[in-house]
Unconditional design. Structure first.
Length: 490
């Protein structure tokens, strides 16, 4: 059954509320890790049970109303964002995806260290068909906040932009630290969408498509400015996932301290206070927010951020901002953090230590990756390039050996930002613009502003096969800013 449509309701109001009609059917609802208030229906959480996580997902088109606006989104199990998947090291996962869209799709497990034969972005699940992914979470997999989303080349931007994405949580060591154990948890997937009833009739404007489409409606876990509870005297662990197609967030928590505790691939050594959190598409951050201030409401703000496209776009005149996929930079409140009474007479402190980040050994090989836009005659494309090549199916761009440590010097020769993402293996950022990187952390996506350079260090652990690296502004990826990496046996 293709194109089944379900209706979702959304009540109007400062804090938007929507009702998912299809939710109470399968699996267990698990409310303890979600504390968004005013939600009539939480996004479902599927947790592994006795070492196994079995999930059926169907991707379909769904109507959702936002105030008086009707949007036609693409959703997993009619849920926006998709259900949360939660597992632990050693668990087996069996996930069946049924494609009820009218275009081919597949799944990518962004952040998971599993074989690229399973997490295979070249797989095609045609409309009307289904596929079952089966794999085990490695026993030594770090705890992290990841996410899943479609990765079928040429359809990635349009499918993610219309809503296809869901959180993927791995539990582990960091979850057993006493203060973390006692923290409340919330997840906010940051998505920007264009609330239109018929996307087929309103394709993004060519400028949006070229530079990366953005939506006028910024949503945090499916809601406009939802309320997230902060337990007074307690700790809130807030997982932030940028699952927007192109938008880069510049986040600030107004008048309230917050502390970074984990990046893309898991915990850092100790909590680190931040003023501003820059989160590019694909990136994740876990923040600790101590409820130690004056009880009240505190706003999580997104400050306008220019990824180098504002001048290019506004040179076409102001009307261009009326076009689908092109937005005017504005400040928005992403979520409101509200103190709620807790049962602690004294404040729960921040943990002093989290998980040490062991530095990788020195590299044996160094390579360069130059990001730019231009003509690649071999790919017959005028698109986006890495080392002057646009993506071609089956063309291997880079060959590496299992267990080798390499430094990748990434050079952004363009004037606009490009977030560089590597599948399968995590990396450490060694330097940026020639300066050593102060924070030691595990990452899988790193954003480069125009004309910046970054050096990342990666070890190719555990898995051979073909995987990819690409720009996570998904329109750029679809226009060729992706390469195939073959990891060969040592
Ligand atoms: Cu989140 Cu290759 O992607
Ligand atoms: Cu990925
Ligand atoms: Cu890019």
């Amino acid at each position: 059954m293709i194109k089944r449509r379900t209706f979702l309701n959304l009540a109007a109001g400062a804090t938007a509320v929507h009702l998912l009609t299809q939710c109470a059917k399968r699996g267990s609802r698990q409310p303890s890790h979600t504390n968004l208030s005013n939600t009539l229906q939480q996004t479902r959480v599927y947790q592994s049970n006795a070492g196994s996580l079995a999930v059926d997902l169907h991707a379909s088109s769904t109507y959702v109303t936002f105030g008086d606006r009707l949007a036609n989104l693409l959703t997993y199990n009619s849920s926006f964002p998709g259900p949360t998947l939660e597992a632990s090291p050693g668990d087996t996962v069996r996930l069946t995806l049924r494609n009820e869209l009218d275009t081919p799709t597949n799944l990518h497990y962004h952040g998971l260290h599993i074989s690229p034969d399973v997490d295979n972005v070249f797989r095609n699940i045609p409309p009307g068909e289904q596929y079952t992914y089966e794999f085990q979470i490695p026993n030594n997999h770090p705890a992290m906040t990841g996410w899943y989303h479609p990765h079928y080349h040429l359809n990635v931007a349009s499918q993610v932009f219309r809503g296809l994405a869901g959180p993927l949580i791995i539990r582990g060591d960091v979850d057993r630290i006493p203060e973390i154990q006692q923290a409340d948890e919330a997840i906010l997937m940051l998505q920007d969408i264009e609330p239109i009833p018929d996307p087929a009739l309103q394709e993004p404007h060519p400028l949006g498509k070229r530079w990366g489409r953005e939506g006028n409606l910024v949503l945090a876990h499916g809601f406009q400015n939802p309320v997230v509870n902060v337990p007074q005297n307690g700790l809130l662990r807030l997982r932030l996932i940028n699952s927007s197609a192109s938008r880069i967030y510049q986040l600030q928590l107004k008048d309230h301290p917050w502390f970074l505790m984990a990046t893309d691939r898991g915990a850092i050594a100790e909590p680190k206070e931040l003023q501003t959190l820059l989160l590019s598409p694909g990136e994740r951050a876990e923040m600790l927010i101590p409820g130690h201030r004056e009880p009240g409401e505190y706003q999580l703000i997104n400050q306008p951020y220019d990824r180098g496209v504002d001048d290019i776009i506004s040179s076409f005149g102001d009307e261009v901002h009326q076009m689908t996929g092109v937005v005017k930079p504005t400040q928005t409140t992403v979520a409101t953090l509200r103190y709620v009474e807790g049962d602690r007479p004294t404040p729960l402190p921040l943990p002093k230590q989290l998980i040490p980040v062991e530095p990788l050994p020195l590299p044996t090989i160094t390579r360069e990756f130059v990001l730019n836009h231009g003509l690649d005659s071999t790919a017959e494309s005028t698109g986006f390039t890495i080392n002057a090549q646009s993506f071609v199916m089956d063309r291997i761009n880079t060959r590496v050996r299992l267990n080798d440590v390499e430094d990748w010097h990434i050079v952004n020769n363009a004037t606009i930002d490009h977030p560089f993402h590597l599948h399968t293996n995590r990396f450490q950022i060694i330097e940026r613009n020639g300066q050593p990187e102060p924070l030691s952390a595990w990452k899988d996506t790193v954003s480069l502003k125009g004309n910046e350079t970054v050096t990342i260090r990666v070890r190719f652990d555990d898995f051979v096969g073909r995987t990819v690296y690409h720009c996570h502004i998904l329109d750029h990826e679809d226009q060729g800013m992706m390469g195939i990496l073959e990891i060969q046996a040592a």
